[in-house]
Design a protein around this ligand. Structure first.
Ligand code: B12
Ligand code: SF4
Length: 620
């Protein structure tokens, strides 16, 4: 859209303007054009909403899995930002299908176009939101993009009139081209925009695929505009697993960002307060030289960050693990999938048991938590293969394990096989289901069997976990001592009050946490470990021991408020209010410190000071 009007002698724009729908070339800097002396023409950017819609089934346990906006949406938005569009991302994973709320927000935002990021499991959320948006404004354009839309474009355009366009594959530039064309209102023939699908004479058609972006660094860095935690150094994966959409979607040739781009992205986000990152590549460590370069720079720049990464067991070695740990990596997730070689071969996983064993041993040795992804419920799964998976768990001793039932997603070899076996078509997705599980498509695997396999695997893992945690042997490298200390301390906290603390199947958690805190301190002083031990001792009524350990902690971390407050509480328990008060008064801006200080004054009979602090507390 462009707006045409006039400026007065002072250069002030006249309010009485008209808006035309015309093609216009953007002014390089201001996007305002002047014609002659007094007329001007100004581009009114389209209002674009990019929505990450809610899933069909509420996530009770694994909210963490669905909470984050897919990374690609930030890239799509950054390209639009770079071209001066008015773009906003809405994370609606938790709007919980509340039409009134959705209506209210859309009515207020008045988008000209809505783009949805589609995974299979959230497509109904998008369809329902699109329906509401259309009711509010029949002119609004609806675009679906992402991996869940790409392989079902025909299905979506055939069955859902709300959807105008599907962007196929890597979305940034096809979407930009589409938006430009819509803005210019030149929609009669869209056939020359590569990488999109639309309805032509009531038939769903798609244009030739868009070329993949050659140099990923040409993409504007979304960190300039947004704050997010998932990053990716690469696009594509050399693997060819039959259950995974990545090979068909991204291709098996891997493209990279440069170390410069990636580290600058981290720095920009760190400046926005992000300290923890998820490196979300399919295989972060494909190019070990590049990864080591990135790690060196993180170390040289003293970026105080920690991060998780995803990799393959055949793409790690000691050198890369050393550098990753130095640079703050705390966890690597590996797709192990199954203990049965037959099942791994069926999945085209192409990794040997030896490789799995050695990657896990190496990773843990460097103090990086090795997490295993398992998939159960593949053809041929039975008592024996589940036993094999348990044996592998026992051998590799993962400190974290995730168990998924084998799902069939469009765009995978498994899906093609499913369609051929069941003579099924994409219409299956007209059902309000999130996904299709493999066991639902064969008679020999029943739901009960699969659920019990899952339960057994999880129980086995939890039962063994304390043993795994205790058996870790870290490499004796002084360079990594402080990292080792962090590693043990973090692990201890997980059992003490983190994720594992809530799991009943894991036994002896407190005793294990205590041992792990002690191991942490055997490498280097660590404030969390001192605090953890202090609290554990206090809870067991071992006050002198608690005071002792907290005092040692304070000799290393004098200004740490948590250690001071915890020690103060210990002293209060021993009736030493004077000494406790000294600890609390150092932290007049910490609520707990002020409350305990007030209680100390009260116990010491100084009602006046106690009241001053209780009043202060009310204002905090
Ligand atoms: C890292 C990852 C995760 C991470 C982080 C996800 C995140 N928030 O960034 C975690 C572990 C949290 C995760 C969770 C899940 N994941 Co996941 N994940 C991946 C992985 C390995 C990489 C994703 C990525 O960052 N890609 C790179 C970015 C740049 O691509 P992108 O986000 O897809 O965006 C591009 C295009 O898709 C497109 N696009 C995307 N949205 C839009 C919107 C518009 C309007 C347009 C025009 C274009 C467009 O343009 C973008 C730029 O080119 C992929 C596999 C893969 N390589 O894609 C699986 C994958 C996406 N995940 C998958 C699944 C199933 C899930 C879960 C549903 C699992 C669950 N148990 O609930 C959840 C979904 C939650 C979510 N928010 O993504 C499947 C999806 C299959 C499907 N058809 O639905 C994949 C493909 C793996 C597989 N099994 O094949 N995942
Ligand atoms: S599962 Fe992992 S290794 Fe296999 S193709 Fe997908 S991303 Fe690559």
């Amino acid at each position: 859209m462009i707006r045409v009007g006039f400026v007065d002698d002072n250069g002030i724009k006249c309010k009485d303007v008209q808006t035309y729908s015309l093609s216009v070339h953007r002014c390089k800097s201001t996007s305002i054009y002047k014609f002659g002396r007094k007329a001007y023409c100004e581009r009114v950017p389209m209002k674009i909403l990019l929505i990450y819609p809610y899933f069909l089934n509420p996530r009770v346990h694994n909210v963490e899995d669905v909470r984050a906006v897919p990374l690609g949406l930030y890239y799509v938005a950054a390209v639009l930002e770079e071209h001066q569009y008015d773009v906003e991302i809405l994370n609606w994973y938790n709007i919980d299908a509340t039409p009134a709320k959705i209506k209210e927000i859309l009515a207020e935002k008045k988008p000209d176009l809505i783009g949805f990021s589609i995974l299979n499991a959230n497509r109904w959320g998008a369809i329902d939101i699109a329906h509401i948006a259309r009711q509010l404004n029949p002119q609004v354009k609806i675009v679906f993009g992402g991996i869940g839309a790409t392989f079902l474009w025909k299905h979506f355009l055939t069955h859902f009139q709300e959807i105008d366009f599907v962007v196929i594959g890597e979305g940034e530039y096809p979407f930009l081209n589409l938006v430009r064309r819509l803005e210019a209102d030149r929609t009669r023939d869209m056939g020359d925009i590569r990488g999109i699908a639309y309805r032509k004479n009531d038939q769903a058609v798609c244009t030739p695929s868009a070329a993949r972006i050659k140099r990923l660094d040409d993409l504007p860095d979304p960190a300039q505009y947004f704050r997010f935690q998932h990053l990716a150094l690469t696009r594509g994966c050399g693997g060819n697993c039959n259950f995974c959409g990545s090979p068909q979607f991204w291709g098996r040739r891997v493209r990279f960002h440069s170390a410069d781009y990636f580290v600058q992205q981290i720095e920009r986000l760190a400046q926005k307060g992000i300290r923890f990152f998820y490196f979300s590549d399919d295989t972060f460590t494909v190019d070990s030289k590049r990864v080591i370069e990135i790690c060196r720079r993180i170390v040289d720049k003293q970026l105080d960050i920690s991060w998780n990464a995803i990799s393959r067991v055949d793409h790690v070695n000691e050198k890369i693990l050393y550098w990753m740990r130095k640079a703050g990596c705390i966890q690597i997730s590996y797709g192990v999938e199954s203990g049965s070689e037959k099942i791994r071969d069926y999945m085209l996983k192409n990794i040997s048991t030896d490789k799995i064993r050695s990657a896990f041993a190496m990773t843990q040795k460097y103090g990086i938590m090795a997490r295993a992804y398992f998939i159960y419920g593949a053809p041929g799964e039975n008592e024996h293969t589940i036993r094999e998976t348990m044996d592998l768990i026992k051998a590799i001793k993962p400190l974290s394990a995730i168990f998924y039932i084998l799902d069939i997603f469009p765009g995978t070899a498994l899906y093609d096989d499913f369609k051929a076996r069941l003579k099924a078509g994409d219409d299956i997705w007209l059902n309000r289901i999130e996904d299709i599980m493999y066991f639902e498509t064969v008679p020999e695997l029943t739901k009960e069997m699969i659920l019990s396999f899952g339960q057994r695997l999880r129980s086995y893992f939890y039962e063994k976990l304390p043993e795994f945690a205790e058996s870790i042997q870290l490499i004796d490298d002084e360079d990594l001592y402080s990292r080792h200390s962090e590693f043990y301390s973090r692990l201890a906290m997980t059992f003490d009050h983190g994720d594992y603390a809530a799991i009943d199947q894991i036994g002896n958690k407190k005793a294990l946490a205590e041992k792990l805190y002690e191991k942490a301190l055997s490498f280097a002083p660590n404030a969390d470990a001192y605090l953890g031990l202090g609290i554990l001792n206090q809870k067991k009524g071992r006050m002198p021991a608690a005071i002792d350990i907290l005092s040692t902690g304070l000799s290393h971390f004098t200004r740490d408020p948590r250690l001071n407050i915890c020690l103060g509480v210990g002293l209060m328990n021993l009736g030493q209010y004077d000494r406790a008060l000294e600890r609390f008064l150092k932290f007049e801006n910490e609520k707990d410190a002020v409350r305990f200080a007030a209680q100390c004054y009260e116990a010491l009979g100084d009602r006046k000071q106690a009241n001053v602090l209780f009043e202060k507390l009310k204002m905090m």
